[in-house]
Design a protein around this ligand. Structure first.
Ligand SMILES: Cc1ncc(COP(=O)(O)O)c(C=O)c1O
Length: 313
């Protein structure tokens, strides 16, 4: 999907024009993948717009930076305020927000210590991420997710997405909308950019964090909603074949939101249509995100943007 430029980008505390947000080719991040980032959605609401789980996303950015010994000179509150400031300045809603911190132009060599940390936040309009109106047709990838003690899976680091690109491209080349990777022990992990949920006999299953998955904010939202709705939830290691015999399978993520899966490796899931548990959770998720149901968990940060009249959309 092409990027639609907006007016401003937040850089180290200041709003700068979109086209001025450039870096040098010798920046550390270009060569060694030294970035951590977030993906956040701002939803249209009946009265304006609101950012979904902003503090949780910015806390994960701080956590990712901490894992990589990357000092961020901003507090959680400052980062959240920066996102709100940018969204209100650009007046684009609904939109996707992309905060990123990376090692910039400093020294050559792998050690990032003397390359400065740069923080940028951009936003732009963005639609549906995983295709498949009636549910996505996906495959199990021949690529595994990151093995423990190689790349830390809980850090949302740019470099992790080289693995994601392999998963996604392989799926596309073979005619699938997305790939699901196993961990290095053969247990179900996640999609290239989504967490995974299965339903069998009314129980909701998802792989635990120890099976090489990102600690997804949407994953947490779905677990919270399920518990609230009285749906039994199990986080446990799941063998690959569990997916073929599930009644329902769906992806969740900021980009993918809640995306039902119709088939895996050309094996139909259930009768191939969105199942009742997926529908119940999806309705609840979109109801809260779009401001049509009460924000009972305090997930929304309102922004002063009229979602009906986006500029640059
Ligand atoms: C690999 C991977 N897993 C899961 C997710 C879902 O995480 P979230 O719900 O926080 O967007 C993402 C997206 O950020 C991702 O890139």
């Amino acid at each position: 999907m092409p990027i639609t430029p907006t007016t401003n980008i937040w850089h180290n505390g200041t709003l700068i024009p979109w086209e001025k947000a450039q870096i040098h080719v010798m920046s550390h991040v270009v060569h060694y993948g030294s970035s951590v980032f977030e993906g956040i959605r701002c939803y249209g609401q009946p009265q304006g717009a609101a950012i979904f789980r902003l503090p949780e996303h910015m806390q994960r950015l701080l956590d990712s930076a901490r894992i990589y010994r990357m000092p961020l000179p901003y507090s959680l509150d400052q980062l959240c305020s920066a996102v709100v400031e940018l969204t209100e300045a650009n007046k684009v809603a609904p939109c996707y927000l992309r905060p990123i911190a990376f090692r910039g132009y400093g020294e050559a060599g792998v050690n990032p210590k003397n390359s400065p940390v740069e923080v940028y936040i951009a936003n732009f309009p963005w639609g549906k991420y995983v295709s498949g109106e009636q549910g996505a047709d996906v495959c199990i990838s021949s690529w595994n997710r990151l093995a423990p003690n190689t790349m830390p899976g809980l850090a949302k680091a740019g470099a992790n997405y080289m693995n994601s690109q392999l998963i996604r491209m392989e799926a596309e080349v073979n005619g699938y909308a997305e790939g699901i990777a196993l961990d290095t022990n053969g247990y179900l992990a996640e999609g290239s950019g989504e967490n995974l949920f299965l339903v069998r006999n009314g129980v909701l299953y998802t792989p635990p964090l120890a099976n090489s998955v990102l600690s997804g904010i949407t994953r947490d939202s779905i677990l919270t909603l399920a518990r609230h709705l009285g749906i039994p939830v199990v986080e446990q290691g799941l063998p690959r074949e569990m997916i073929y015999i599930a009644d329902e399978v769906f992806f969740v993520g900021t980009a993918a939101e809640v995306t039902p899966i119709r088939s895996v490796d050309r094996i139909l899931i259930g009768d191939g249509s969105m199942g009742p548990v997926t529908k119940q959770l999806s309705d609840e998720f979109f109801g809260i995100a779009n401001g049509l149901k009460p924000d009972r968990f305090g997930w929304l940060t309102p922004v002063n943007v009229n979602a009906e009249q986006p500029v640059g959309a």
